[in-house]
Ligand binder design. Structure first.
Ligand SMILES: O=C(O)CCC(=O)C(=O)O
Ligand SMILES: [Fe+2]
Length: 274
């Protein structure tokens, strides 16, 4: 599929901010465009710590060598989830990042008075030769609720390396979070979220997006953290992906954010057993 960096004449661009921008402005732009990039929010030291913590897991992750066009995950890619179990730096510094909190406070909190939760954690490397991922919406598990519906998910992608149109940078369709479910994106409506290493990209649960094709020689590396309303089931099963001992070490705030808490009457437990 051809992608256009500038987009068609009528296509709104992906809003871009730098680190000092007001998080309220970022959240507002995200609500309007369905996506937004903020540069300079993850320094080289933090990226290195994350890369070091994940390196043994990435090395063991099955590299999907052969592409199967019927599969959601393209070939020549590597994915590792359970990042709370595997990376203290992601757990402590990215999952509860103030910018993510602000964006989720704006776009999720109004629909979940008792709080939102981590929905998915995944590190994704896109290798040379990877094809485009099919465009999709993170909210596709929740189509039971008719449109227009309250926002259920906010997604973020933390750039460990540069994201470019030629190395598998995430493709986005700005504005598509307000489209009817069956409207298809034309080539002029699909933009690549180009961003330097250390940036973060946010998108709404209803925004069409997917990993781009990698026609370069470089690997594109990003950390996906998505958040959902506290009353829906998490896509990644944190109860099984976070070992009990690790969970016990976390602050009450972080435990709540990971979904290890009651949401009103949901998820009750007996502390004498748990
Ligand atoms: O890797 C990317 O750029 C996007 C991946 C994605 O959207 C997904 O796996 O749900
Ligand atoms: Fe996705």
């Amino acid at each position: 599929m051809a992608i256009s960096l500038a987009g068609g004449e009528d296509q709104m661009p992906i809003p871009q901010f730098s680190a000092g921008a007001s998080s309220g402005d970022v959240a507002q732009a995200l609500g309007e465009a369905g996506c937004a990039v903020v540069t300079g929010v993850m320094d080289a030291e933090l990226r290195q710590s994350i890369a070091d913590e994940l390196a043994p897991h990435m090395a063991k992750a099955r590299l999907i060598e052969e592409d199967d066009p019927t599969k959601f995950y393209p070939g020549h890619t590597r994915r590792v989830s359970a990042l709370v179990a595997r990376s203290p730096s992601i757990t402590d510094r990215l999952v509860p990042h103030p910018l993510s909190r602000q964006v989720c406070d704006t776009h999720l909190r109004p629909n979940c008075e008792h709080g939102y939760q981590l929905h998915v954690s995944a590190a994704v490397e896109i290798g040379p030769g990877a094809r485009e991922q099919v465009l999709h919406r993170e909210e596709s598990s929740f189509t039971f609720f008719p449109l227009p519906r309250p926002n259920i998910i906010v997604a973020s992608m933390w750039a460990m390396t540069e994201f470019r149109a030629d190395n598998g940078g995430t493709l986005l369709v700005p504005g598509s979070h307000k489209w009817p479910a069956d409207r298809k994106a034309g080539p002029d409506e699909i933009l690549s979220a180009e961003m330097p290493a250390g940036a973060v990209l946010f998108w709404m649960g209803g925004t069409l997006h997917g990993a781009g094709a990698n026609t370069s020689r470089d690997w594109r590396y990003g950390v996906i953290l998505t958040y959902s309303l506290g009353w829906v089931r998490q896509e990644e099963n944190q109860y099984l992906n976070v070992p009990r001992e690790r969970m016990a070490e976390l602050s009450p705030e972080l435990r709540r954010l990971l979904g290890f808490d009651m949401y009103a009457a949901l998820g009750f437990y007996d502390p004498r057993v748990a």
